[in-house]
Design a protein around this ligand. Structure first.
Ligand code: F6R
Ligand code: ZN
Length: 187
């Protein structure tokens, strides 16, 4: 990856684009294997059209040490067997911090340090802070797409296996009065 010059990056919310743009990523249900508590319901959703759960668009800032890449994630509204649609979630192996800024919709930021779980509700204008060593997953808790900006150290790295192995402490389900949390393992 090559360094980039000072620049302004424009987010066009209605088009869902950044310009200039970097890599984009689309995560479908089939990309979220092993993450929902109800495996059969997950399989059925994959067979039933394999919907897009979220997408991530990035600026051209490279993921290398000392750079500060940014990306915008948009999670679609939905549930799988009551579990709110979410990102895979990851730990930064080098234990570096990160910030999110809520842009539109309503979401939550679930953080887990291996012992404790924290939940930060995210609405437009909320800055969510992830200290070093806290794995993080985002959840759409509303009925429209939830979008947020992420800014993170370019050398942080992304460990998805950590969440598969340790979970996130809690799961976020759609309850009658909003979000309900259940123990990660028992669900
Ligand atoms: C970067 C970061 C976000 C996520 C994005 C998708 O460190 O935390 O940009 O990468 O919200 O979530 P994951 O990476 O868990 O699929
Ligand atoms: Zn991250």
């Amino acid at each position: 990856a090559l360094p980039v010059p000072p620049m302004s990056i424009r987010f066009d919310q209605s088009a869902g684009t950044l310009s200039p743009e970097g890599p984009t990523l689309t995560r479908r249900m089939s990309d979220l294997e092993g993450l929902f508590r109800d495996h059969a319901a997950w399989q059925k959703a994959v067979a039933d059209g394999d919907p897009v759960v979220y997408s991530v668009i990035s600026s051209p800032v490279p993921e290398i040490d000392r750079e500060l890449p940014q990306s915008i994630t948009t999670i679609q509204p939905g549930t799988t067997a009551g579990e709110l649609w979410m990102t895979k979630g990851h730990q930064h192996p080098n234990h570096q911090g990160e910030i999110y800024l809520g842009i539109s919709g309503r979401g939550g930021l679930l953080m887990f340090d291996g012992t404790e779980t924290r939940w930060v509700e995210m609405t437009p204008g909320t800055i969510g802070y992830m200290p070093p060593g806290w794995a993080h997953r985002s959840v759409n808790i509303g009925d429209e797409p939830y979008s947020f900006l992420a800014v993170y150290p370019g050398g942080a790295g992304h460990d998805y296996g950590w969440v598969l192995e340790h979970g996130m402490g809690l799961r976020a389900l759609s309850g009658t009065d909003g979000v309900e949390f259940v123990d990660y393992v028992e669900g």
